[in-house]
Structure formats: C-alpha cells, structure tokens
Design a protein around this ligand. Structure first.
Ligand code: ADP
Ligand code: MG
Length: 344
C-alpha cells in the first residue's frame, strides 16, 4: 500500500465538484443563486457554446470586499451561516461554501467584484495551479459581481466526455434560468447565447407583470389556457397558474413547483398534482403548472440534498391533501364555457 498523503486542494475540490458541477447548467444555478443571495435586482447572463466555452454572469448585488475575494474561492468558506442554528433557519439559497471552489477547480474562473466600500474601484480574483492559489488584482467594476467561467471541464476529460450537444446543454441551462426567473418576479434577468438575445425579462411584482413573465417563460399559449388559483388553509398557502386540461402536454416539461420560493422536485407533490388532474386528463398526458407553496419554514427541511431539489415535509400528508384538494376544486369549477373563453 502506498503511504497516506493529503490531497492537493485542487484535487479535493475536483472531487467535490463531482457532486455539485455536473454540466454548464449546474454552474449557472450556483452562480445565479449567489447573485440572488447577494440581493441583486438585475442579473445578466451570457454564454457561449452551450455554456461549455463561457458562462459570464454579472449582477448588481452587494459585491465582495477585495480582502474577501480569496475566501470566496476557498472551500468551506461562506458568508451565509455561522452556526448550526443558522443552518436550521437558513434563508439563503446557498450555505455550503463549496460552489465557487468546486467550479474553480474544473474551469478557468475569474471573479470580479466591487462591494462599494469607500474609494474601492473593484478587484478581480482567479485561482490557478495545483494549490489553487488566488491571484487578486485591481479591476474596475461597478457595485456587484461578475463571475466568468471559461472552458468548463478543460482539465477533467472524463467529465467533459459526459457533456451532450451544445443545444442540449443550453436547454438545460436555459431551464435553470427560467426556474429562477419564476422564483423571483422582482428581479430583471437577461440571457444571451452565442451573442443572441434569448430572454430579456423585466422585473415587477404586479399581477400583470407576473403574468407577463410566466407567459415569457412558459409560452403565451400556456397563459391563455391557464387559470389562476389561490388557496390557504392551516398555515399552507398555494397560488399560481394551472393549465386547463385543453393545454395538456405529451411530456412533463412545463411543471414548476416552488416551496418557500425554491424550486423543488418532489414525489409527494407530483403525486398530489397528478391525482388532481386524473379525472380531467387523458392517460399519458401531463399537466402544465406554475405553483407556489408557502408554509412555515420550520415545517419543511430544504437541506436534504446538495443540489437542493428535494425537500422533506414534517407533515407530508397534510401538504399532499391540501395541494390535491386546492387543484381538484379549481379544476372542477372550470365549466366547459370557461374552457372556450380561456382558449380564445
Ligand atoms: P455559498 O453560496 O454556499 O456561501 P459559494 O462558493 O457559492 O458558497 O460562495 C462563497 C461566498 O462567496 C458566498 O458565501 C458569498 O459571500 C460570496 N459570493 C459568491 N458569489 C457572490 C455574488 N454574486 N455576490 C456577492 N457575494 C458572492
Ligand atoms: Mg453559493
């Protein structure tokens, strides 16, 4: 047996990256979540070659102080929690302090930021070499942060082999942007691919502005054939848009469910929705919906998985029943005449 030795920081990060960074879409998810955690109200995303060649995300959030830049790129370094108690009430999307270190270990990453301290003009940081030494230099930047990720997986050929076509990778990446855009109506998002504008979503909280965003993300046909629902009972609140049976899909590709503002994929919820549509959809067809469930954070554990798509409800049965009955009733209330007028 060879002697025991410590892994280099880069190798340790690359191993961790295996969990967090699967493809360009995962990078975009982590970087956008950081922008939202930093309080950004505008986020511009630019990608090339499906995100493999370049992902550049610029936000107008709080920024990172020059002295903190090396830490932002270090593993297990976060500004978001200090203690286990913080973790239990975590309000930020991130908290593991792993994303940037992982991404930086499998790409060429540059972080440029300005936290708008007195007299500061901004700094950039890049990590290089086996030990991921961080090189910081002055770089002008308005308040906020730009993260630039080039040549994803350039140094991990085994991972690169698993990447699909540019189009497929871009579709995954766009899907991440759509989910986050639906989770934050108040934030402006833009997305460009290979120099072409794909989305330009203006933020706004009014019902009309929300509907405009849902239509931009899910397509105008969905908005025309969806009903708005709202229901509340025993600490649970559900609101959003559900597609009429006339707008059923051959795939489950237009299904967005948010719990306390985070997008989730949950078997229990999927089952409740499916049951509610059972009588009105043909076998093999899938409903379309954008739904927001809000409940006491103490009633739900969002820390189940690093990519955080799963949640655990304290009282899953009540959540299931509530979702099922809210949808079931709304769908039953839609009379044939409504179908017609809604579809017109
Ligand atoms: P986490 O989000 O889990 O804390 P990350 O590796 O994603 O870990 O980020 C590390 C730290 O870098 C964050 O805690 C935050 O302080 C800082 N940071 C990253 N991105 C941004 C950003 N866009 N704006 C401001 N601070 C950021
Ligand atoms: Mg993060």
């Amino acid at each position: 047996m060879p002697a025991i030795h410590r892994l280099s920081p880069r190798l340790a990060n690359q191993i961790a990256a295996g969990e967090v960074v699967e493809r360009p879409a995962s990078v975009v998810k982590e970087v956008l979540e950081n922008s939202l955690d930093a309080g950004a109200t505008r986020i511009d995303i630019e990608v090339e070659a499906g995100g493999v060649k370049l992902i550049r995300v610029r936000d107008n959030g709080a920024g990172i102080a020059a002295d903190d830049l090396p830490l932002a790129l270090a593993r297990h370094a976060t500004s978001k929690i200090h203690s286990l108690e913080d973790l239990e009430a975590v309000g930020s999307l991130g908290f593991r302090g792993e994303a940037l270190a992982s991404i930086g270990s499998v790409s060429r990453l540059t972080l440029t930021s300005n936290s708008d301290e007195q007299g500061s003009e901004g700094c950039s940081a890049a990590c290089e070499g086996r030990d991921m030494e961080v090189v910081v230099k002055p770089a002008p930047h308005p308040r906020g942060t730009t993260v630039e990720v080039r040549d994803l997986f350039f140094n991990t050929p085994a991972r690169r082999k698993f990447l699909r076509t540019e189009k497929t990778e871009f579709n995954h990446l766009e899907e991440v942007v759509k989910r986050l855009a639906l989770s934050r109506f108040d934030v402006d998002f833009s997305l460009r691919h290979n120099g072409r504008g794909i989305h330009n979503l203006r933020g706004g909280q009014s019902v009309a502005e929300q509907q405009r965003r849902v239509a931009a993300v899910c397509g105008p046909a969905f908005m025309e054939q969806a009903i708005y629902i709202e229901n509340a009972a025993s600490g649970l609140q559900l609101r959003g848009w559900v597609g009429l049976p006339t707008f059923s899909r051959s795939q489950a590709d237009l299904q967005y469910f948010f719990v306390n503002g985070r997008v989730i994929r949950d078997r229990l919820i999927a089952h409740a929705v499916k049951q509610a549509y059972r009588d009105v959809l043909y076998h093999g067809r899938h409903p379309a919906f954008v739904l927001f469930l809000d409940l006491d954070p103490a009633q739900v554990d969002v820390n189940v998985h690093p990519t955080k798509h799963e949640v655990r409800f304290r009282d899953g049965r009540s959540v299931h029943n509530f979702i099922f009955s809210s949808l079931h009733r709304s769908l039953a209330e839609v009379r044939p005449a409504d179908h017609v007028s809604a579809a017109e």
